[in-house]
Design a protein around this ligand. Structure first.
Ligand SMILES: Cc1ncc(COP(=O)(O)O)c(C=O)c1O
Length: 448
């Protein structure tokens, strides 16, 4: 199989598609997160871990639609489940058995997740988890990790994009609006805590105990650099939250794939609530809120109006449920163990290549997640992973080099593996990366 050739950059068909798209979308795309260099690459199809673009070029895919595909593209069991469900009908105003099956699968494998509700995106899951915490505590406020991304709900958007000029003291990060026009009331009820600084995080939770409904923790926050939690950090925050009557929400929208039981189980966190998404839908839109039965009782409408009504026209739609059952069922201990080994191998070989060339990079990650940083020292938090325009230019050059070699590596977010990959694919990635280090010193001289 031939991957894209060097300098086979964005092709004419993608360029033509983008010209059409610019006439109908504000910036030519329907997602701010679509990479463009300088135009997006339009995909025609995906099979396993390979993509084919409109111009017929093939790519090894390390994006996996923002880590939502754990088995790669067009996974046969998902195709079969969705095909059957398509013929049986795509949505009803009634529940289906598929939703019970997926709920049983999730509650059966994730500790502390006893009850669940489905929706259609990770953003919605985070939003309903926060609303559930409010309904359970009667308090409005939300604490979040500086730099962490949790989707599009106003109350969780603050302080994702701080800069050295705006982010304030490390021990008490500034509460920065994400969007123009963000209501002051949102900022007044948000607290931003510094990841891997237990003393400061605990002090901020204690100081705001009266106002805080929840603290939202992503055990390994991807946009904050994918740093691992240092020993004791999550436990200290969890303890402080419990003492202060603050609900602990684990956002595992990305990180559920860290183990069959999820990320909190792996890092010793015992959340009251979870927000899930991505792989749970097997490649179809999904979100889920789960948690302890006592807290999830806020959704219970069996004896009248619940503390938190939650519906949604397409919530628990049978296509997503059927795809989720097929996908999650195949993500078992054996599949996870294999992915874990591939991830370890890839990170070790990328690090060895960096060391051989004395290059100014480091590699973060765990399980099937990988993030390359244009930094010699592995970042511990958002501030350490912060990219100046020079850092961003290096990552753009790396991403372009990899694409020209036929490997999709998102420049600004993480990369991830799928079960469709094997040793051969790890070799392709490592060799393409090593050629970048060996031949493109010009691209990273500015940060060396
Ligand atoms: C940690 C985390 N939470 C929430 C979300 C939002 O999920 P969605 O894009 O499905 O709305 C994302 C999306 O990337 C995420 O990474």
């Amino acid at each position: 199989m031939t991957l894209a050739k060097p300098n086979a950059h964005i092709g004419p068909r993608s360029e033509a598609a983008f010209a059409r798209a610019r006439r109908v979308f504000p910036d030519g795309t329907s997602r701010a997160t679509v990479e463009r260099d300088p135009t997006p690459r339009y995909m025609k199809s995906g099979a396993g871990c390979y993509l084919t673009d409109l111009d017929g070029r093939r790519f090894l895919d390390l994006a996996n639609n923002f880590a939502s595909l754990i088995h790669g593209h067009a996974f046969e069991p998902v195709i079969a489940a969705v095909e059957k469900q398509l013929r049986d009908g795509t949505c009803f105003a009634n529940p289906t058995e598929a939703e019970i099956e997926l709920a049983a699968l999730i509650t059966g494998r994730i500790p502390h997740l006893e009850r669940v509700r489905f929706m259609n995106s990770g953003s919605e899951a985070v939003m309903f988890a926060i609303k559930a915490a409010r309904a359970a505590t009667g308090k409005p406020g939300v604490a979040k990790i500086e730099g962490a991304y949790h989707g599009a709900y106003d109350w969780i958007e603050a302080s994702q994009t701080g800069t050295p000029e705006t982010w304030g003291p490390r021990e008490k990060p500034a509460i920065l609006p994400y969007c123009k026009g963000a209501p002051q009331g949102v900022l007044d009820t948000t607290v931003v805590i510094p990841f891997n600084d237990a003393a400061s995080s605990v002090a901020l939770i204690e100081a705001n105990a009266k106002m805080l409904a929840c603290v939202v923790l992503d055990p390994v926050p991807s946009r904050a650099g994918l740093p691992l939690p240092e020993p004791g950090y999550l436990a200290a925050v969890e303890r402080a939250a419990r003492k202060a009557g603050v609900i602990v929400i684990a956002d595992e929208v990305i990180n559920l794939r860290q183990s069959v039981a999820g990320a909190s189980a792996r890092h010793g966190l015992k959340p009251d609530l979870f927000a899930l998404g991505k792989i749970v839908g097997g490649g179809l839109p999904v979100g889920a809120v789960g948690g302890r039965a006592e807290v999830m009782a806020v959704f219970d409408s069996s004896s009248g109006r619940p503390a938190l009504p939650q519906g949604g026209t397409f919530s628990a739609n049978p296509l997503s449920m059927a795809a989720g059952v097929a996908c999650m069922g195949a993500f078992d201990e054996a599949a996870h163990a294999r992915l874990e080994r591939l991830g370890e191998d890839l990170r070790a070989r990328l690090r060895a290549a960096i060391a051989r060339h004395g290059a100014p990079f480091s590699v973060a990650g765990i399980a099937s997640l990988i993030r390359i940083h244009p930094k010699r020292v592995l970042p511990r938090d958002y501030r350490e992973s912060y990219r100046t325009p020079a850092h961003a230019a290096v990552m753009a050059a790396l991403s372009r080099h990899m694409a020209d070699e036929g490997v999709i590596v998102p420049p600004a977010t993480l990369s991830c593996l799928s079960t469709a990959m094997g040793e051969a694919e790890i070799g392709i990635v490592v060799e393409a990366f090593e050629r970048f280090l060996a031949t493109r010193q010009d691209a990273y001289a500015a940060i060396a």
